[in-house]
Design a protein around this ligand. Sequence first.
Ligand SMILES: [Zn+2]
Ligand SMILES: [Zn+2]
Ligand SMILES: [Zn+2]
Length: 105
Amino acid sequence: MTRVCGPTVDDETRCIHYRTPTDIIAIRFRCCGRYYPCHLCHAESEDHEAVQWPVAERETKAILCGVCKTELTISTYLSVLNCPDCGSAFNEGCRLHTHLYFEVT
Ligand SMILES: [Zn+2]
Ligand SMILES: [Zn+2]
Ligand SMILES: [Zn+2]
């Protein structure tokens, strides 16, 4: 099973920073290849700066649904509001932080 790093508080990828009912995804960081629930988890657990995924690599599977454990591509994740596999709602607030994880044009 895909391991999620950082200070998680349950097995659906919620962490000490974001733990509402819809905070159910983890993101694999391009810099270290590890899954973290959020950018703060990455910053606290690693000693390097986070690297954003380039637009050219949006077909990479880098999002983990914490409910069904399906890995989504970045382009899929950015185009849906629910997990295409289990239908769980994703936190819309994450959209505000898109630029922290993905290069935006
Ligand atoms: Zn990293
Ligand atoms: Zn966190
Ligand atoms: Zn799912």
